[in-house]
Design a protein around this ligand. Structure first.
Ligand code: MD3
Ligand code: FE
Length: 220
């Protein structure tokens, strides 16, 4: 955990529900993590996902790291797959800083299989949704924000439950486990000019996810 030397308190392992760790990554750690994200993108370029059925493009661009990546397109919809939808190549490995973070806070024995990288610029947003394309809902989802502040909205397990807003700032970590694992959530907007981390502006969000319920080892 050497990239997080400035953190004043240890992160507590996940015991369910939503846990918010403001500035879990200090500025030096954010720069190191951003460098790792840029290396992933050099190998697995950001792509524009499209919605199932309508084929409408999302305003967020995405890529992934890890054995599996989350993708969506008009023809085949939401899914996890081992290869990039444009290059056809396997996703690069999950940066080690993120695997360390998972070990510290996820409270879950199996490794994350997917690191979804979302990039928001300008007016990009993400509508209220649940993350339910995974088989294993007992594992938390872990989120790290880098760059401009995102206005995050989180509700309950029904779409009409009341929601609350939380500003996710650069270096913030959120762990979504327990009852909150299936909470509706989204990003209303990005607040431009709120961070100097990205020269080009905008916001990266990294989410670590466990997809399968067990380690699938190929039969010998
Ligand atoms: C609450 N991303 O990629 S991360 C997503 O900032 C996604 O890019 C947002 O929602 C972003 O699916 C929010 C925080 C987050 C992630 C997963 C959750 C919040 C969550 C799962 C359940 C409840
Ligand atoms: Fe989500």
């Amino acid at each position: 955990m050497r990239y997080m030397t400035e953190r004043k308190t240890a992160l507590r392992p996940n015991k369910g529900d939503m846990q918010y760790f403001p500035l879990a990554f200090d500025e030096a750690a954010q720069s190191a993590l951003l460098g790792a994200v840029r290396l992933v993108i050099a190998e697995a370029p950001l792509f524009t996902p499209t919605m199932p059925r309508s084929g409408n493009p999302m305003s967020v661009r995405m890529t992934n790291a890890g054995p599996l990546g989350w993708v969506t397109d008009k023809e085949r919809g939401y899914r996890y797959q081992p290869t990039h939808p444009v290059t056809g190549k396997p996703w690069p490995p999950i940066p080690s800083m993120l695997l360390d973070l998972w070990d510290e806070v996820a409270g879950y024995a199996l490794s994350p299989e997917a690191c979804l990288i979302n990039y928001y610029e300008g007016e990009a947003k993400m509508g209220l949704h649940q993350d339910k394309d995974e088989e294993d809902f007992s594992a938390p989802v872990l989120s790290v924000s880098l760059g401009d502040t995102g206005v995050f909205r989180v509700g309950g397990r029904s779409r009409n439950d009341p929601t609350r807003k939380l500003e996710l700032k650069s270096g913030d970590v959120v762990v979504l486990g327990g009852a909150d694992r299936l909470a509706y959530h989204g990003i209303d907007r990005i607040l431009p000019g709120t961070s100097d981390l990205l020269a080009e502006g905008g916001r990266f969000n990294l989410t670590l996810r466990r997809v399968n319920k067990s380690e699938m080892k190929p039969p010998i």
